[in-house]
Structure formats: C-alpha cells, structure tokens
Design a protein around this ligand. Structure first.
Ligand SMILES: [Zn+2]
Length: 583
C-alpha cells in the first residue's frame, strides 16, 4: 500500500540520520538505565505507517517518558517490564494511533455541553423538558441558552403552533425568571420566551428589521420565533446580560467549557484536536491553560479574527509545541462562502433549485489575499473555508498567486482548504500541483446527502461532491474531521460515513464510488492529519520516537464488517503514555 505522506515528504539524508541518532539514543538510554514506564502487550496494532507492516497481531509497545521506545512481539515487550512498569494487557484488541480531529471548534463543543443541547430532540415536548430540567439548576435572572432544535425533524407538531413553529407560551409558562434563548440547528433563527422578549423590548409595535422577520399570530402577538436579522434584538439583550457578568464569572465559565470539551473528546478517542478558528482574545488564555498543564489532549489552533486584529497581533500568538507538545498556534483561518443547505455555498453555476442564484462570497477576496500575505510573513499555515465550487476555485487562485515564488516540492507551506466540499473536476489536480490540503468532513457527506442533489443537480453531485476518491487518486492529501459541534465529534460515526457514504438511519447512500478504503480512512484520521499540521514527525503513526498517543478499540476497524463499525467502543484513550480514559 502506498503512503501519500511519504510521497509528499521525502526524507532528506540529514533527517534520516537525525532520526537514526534519535532512535539509538532512546534505545541506549532505555537499556542502560531504566525500565519502561508502561508496556502494552497482546495488542492488534495498526501502525498507520508504510515502513513496517500495517497491522500486526500479538504485538506490544514499550513507552517511556511519553515516547514510544520499542515495538515488538508481545513476549519480547513483556520481558522489558521492570518492577515499577505498568503493564496493560490489550487482550488482542485493536490498538491504533489516537484519532486526530482535523477540523472542529473546541470551545463550541464545550459551549454546547454547558448549554442546553437540543441536537437529539425529536419534538417540541422534548425541548421543553430539557429547558425545564435546566431551570432547576440555573440561578434566577440568568439566561438559559440552547441550540439545535429543528422543526423539520420533529416526529410530531407542537400542540400550539404557527407555520410549524411552537409558540413561546410552553416555555414562558415554565419560567418567568429566566430569559430563554434557543438557537435553531441551522443558526438562522432562534426561539425566545416572554422574559427574553421583554428584555429585548419586543412588543406589538416592534417592526421587522431589514433582512429579518418576527413571526407573529394573526392578532400580532410575537410567537417567540425570530428569523435572520430579527435575531439581533434578542442576541443584543443576551450580550447586555453577558457584559454584566464579572470577569471571574466569565473565566469560571470558560474553564468549565474547556474542561467539558476535552472530556468529551478524550472519551471519544481523540488525542489531538485541530481547532478551526479561535478569536485572538482567547489565545492568551489557551496558551496559559497549556502552561498550567491543564490540557490533557493536544490542541492545535487556527487564529481567526478580522484582518485588522490579525495584522495587529497574530505574530505574538504564534507558538509551536508548548507544554510538551500540548499547544500550538501556527495557522490562520479565513472563509470565502457559507454552507450549501442555506444556499450560502458560492457556486460557478446557479443552484439547481434556485436557478437565479449562485450563493455568496462572505469575505472580500482582497481581504483573504491580505490574510494570505500575513500567513506567509509569519510562517503560518493558511486555512480557508470554501464549500462551493466557485469558492474553492477562488481560493486555489489565491494560493497559486501567493505561492508562485515558492517551490512547493522544496518547502510546501501546506495551506489548507477547509471543507473543499463541492469541486469542479478541473480544480482537483490543482490541489496536488500546489501541495494544498483538502481538509474535509466525512460525516458532512451523509448528513447533507438528502439535499445535495436537490441543490446541485445530479452531475455536479456525482462528480464533485465530497470527491474523496478523485482527490486521492490525483495524489491530494485529505485531512478528516467532523466540524463539531455542527456534527458529533465522534470519530467512529465519521469513520463509518467515510468508508460507506451511507446513512445509518435510513440506509441512504451517496455516490459510494467516492468512498475511502479502510486504510485510507484510518490514515485520514491519523498520519495525514498530523501532516496537515506539520506534526507528522511527532505523531499520527506508531513508530519508535513518536509520542505515545493511542486508542484501543473493541473492533478491528480495518477488517470488521461495515455494520459493526458503529458498535465500536473506545476501551482506552492514552496520551503521553498515560491512560486518560478507560471504559
Ligand atoms: Zn468549521
């Protein structure tokens, strides 16, 4: 099997020599003076490398000081254990490098967990019940915030409804002392209770703002639903409340968000997380969090802010491998369009179901080009959100122009297109030509499957939507992730979508010929993601000298039946040679 990463990064003689010296030094110090801290025995090891066999059953790994020191037959590794060595018997289970999430929103995951999470609700009654639950543990006067309701997904209509929307009474009756704000799953509308509307000054006379609508009954009473720009009045009232909180209250909340996010990720087998855009004002706190040894997983962050703020201070936040490789910020995020579902993807030709419309460009191209200059100047990666085929072409044009003077075979700055979701086939080889990375989300393919053909028509959907096979065949490196909290951060669900392109709920499949093989999908979640962050020398595969970050699973993801994938459980998450989660 070929290794894309090896093709893309030929090792220089010097690198080979230094790797050899490094291995010798580790072996020497290990045999000389100390026993391993941890040995894992009886594992069915998937290494994610090309140099040694991809899978080896009955193998063992020795770890010292958070680094892999030996990989060998289980009995040999077992004999290395000293009196104080911890021995972990993997019992023949599947051991692989820890999952690396390539595109998620770390604080967003924590926020979703601290707030009311409505993503799994099947009807309005369930939403009301969750809010009722939250009321019991929330101080009077504090806002209750949630996200994820979607009336199109409900199995029954609310008792009292207008245009399919619930009315505010059901929640206004539960609490008269907490303003409630519940964002729609799409983010394009919200629900407010009576107290929130009162604080926002909404009454019978409040006019609709330009670009937004306050949904009202025929008598003119606001039902509690605010669409598009009309959301701003409620959001403004919420902001006013946030501004009234003390610095300590805000800090405590932030710490809780960080703790919840990493707990969620670690329990799902994620050992490294690439954050797709954090505002500059949080970067100092994240750095400090790493310095305080509070980061249990490894966080790699793209700074995302206005051009002005980025120009002013991104250089100060560039940091690599802080806190024993737990925190890195060496990338900048930008975006040029929106999402396909809401007609926000920027297309070359009109939408199939909105024939006078080609979507929108959200950030001025000159601004994106200026951010590209900033990335080059500061030796940072540029990661640009592009979903529509026009968005992708425009971003590739910017990459091409800015990288014209750089020989990407010698120094590839590894710029990334985040999503790379809908491509014109002519643009696929261009990724390879300029060494650009397609940072994609397997699970988006199956989540969006019900409407992609509607929006794009069959030909565009077939040729260019989530075109993993075409990209891989063209030699392009794909990084894989979930865009959590837009999707569940769970790598297993994402892996299933990546290798089957099938929905588990109704069996609907989306052009399965573009699916990845098991081996490709595992690499797209480990070593390829490490490469997409300039970290392939540190992690992403199981090799002597690399960080001891693993997961042990109860299914063999290389060989189990498709139907078994979703029953996979994380048995252990190990980071730095320490067990961070055990089922
Ligand atoms: Zn995202």
């Amino acid at each position: 099997m070929f290794s894309l990463v090896d093709q893309l990064v030929p090792m220089t003689q010097l690198q080979k020599l230094s790797t050899l010296i490094c291995i010798l030094a580790i072996t020497f110090s290990c045999t000389q003076s100390e026993y391993p801290e941890l040995v894992i025995v009886n594992a069915n090891v998937y290494t994610a490398t090309a140099q040694i066999p991809e899978t080896r059953s009955e193998f063992g790994i020795a770890i010292n000081d958070g680094i892999i020191t030996n990989i060998d037959e289980s009995d040999i590794i077992k004999n290395m254990a000293g009196e104080n060595t911890k021995v972990l018997d993997a019992d023949g289970q599947f051991l692989m490098p820890g999952f690396i999430e390539a595109h998620g929103h770390f604080m967003g995951i924590g926020q979703q967990l601290i707030n009311v999470n409505l993503m799994q609700t099947n009807n309005w009654d369930e939403v009301v019940a969750l809010v009722d639950e939250k009321v019991k543990t929330t101080e009077k006067g504090a806002w209750i915030v949630g996200r994820g309701w979607h009336q199109e997904k409900w199995n029954r209509q609310p008792e009292e409804s207008h245009y399919g929307y619930p009315t505010h009474h059901s929640i206004s009756n539960i609490t008269k002392e907490h303003p409630v704000l519940l964002k729609h799953a799409s983010g394009h509308s919200l629900f407010a209770n009576a107290m929130a509307m009162k604080l926002a000054g909404i009454d019978l006379e409040t006019p609709n703002p330009v670009g937004g609508q306050i949904i009202r009954t025929s008598q003119g009473e606001a039902i509690g639903v605010f669409e598009e720009r009309a959301m701003e009045s409620i959001e403004h009232a919420y902001e006013t409340y946030r501004n009234s909180l003390s610095e300590k209250e805000l800090k405590d909340e932030w710490l809780a968000i960080m703790a919840l996010a990493q707990k969620e990720c670690i329990e799902k087998g994620i050992t490294s997380f690439q954050d797709a855009g954090t505002e500059i004002r949080y970067l100092d706190d994240m750095e400090q969090y790493a310095k305080d040894d509070s980061l249990r997983l490894r966080l790699w962050v793209m700074g995302r802010d206005s051009l002005k703020n980025l120009q002013k201070s991104i250089s100060k936040h560039r940091v690599v491998g802080l806190g024993d490789h737990h925190y890195t910020c060496r990338a900048i995020k930008s975006e040029v369009d929106g999402a396909l579902g809401a007609f926000g993807a920027w297309l070359l030709k009109p939408y199939h179901d909105k024939t006078d419309f080609k979507g929108q460009n959200t950030t001025d191209i000159k601004e994106v080009a200026a951010i590209a200059d900033l990335a080059l100047k500061n030796n940072m990666q540029l990661c640009v959100h592009a979903i529509g085929d026009r968005a992708n072409r425009v971003v590739l044009d910017i990459f091409e122009a800015k990288l014209a003077d750089i020989d990407s075979n010698v120094v590839n700055p590894r710029w990334r297109i985040e999503h790379a979701q809908h491509l014109n086939t002519a643009d696929i080889p261009r990724f390879k030509e300029m060494g650009a990375i397609a940072s994609m989300q397997g699970i988006h393919c199956t989540s969006d499957a019900p409407f992609v053909e509607k929006r794009l028509g069959t030909q565009r959907a077939k040729e260019g939507a989530y075109a993993w096979r075409s990209l891989l065949d063209a030699g392009v490196l794909i990084a894989n992730g979930t865009d959590a909290p837009v999707e569940d951060v769970d790598p297993i669900k994402n892996f299933y979508a990546t290798v089957t392109r099938k929905r588990a709920d109704n069996g609907m499949s989306f052009f399965p010929e573009q699916a990845m093989s098991r081996n490709e999908a595992l690499k797209s979640y480990t070593i390829w993601n490490a490469y997409a962050a300039f970290e392939e020398d540190l992690k992403g595969s199981i090799e002597v000298g690399k960080l001891a970050d693993f997961v042990i699973l109860n299914k063999d993801l290389l060989s189990c039946h498709d139907d078994e994938i979703l029953n996979t459980e994380i048995l252990y998450t190990i980071i730095d040679g320490e067990i961070q989660y055990e089922k």
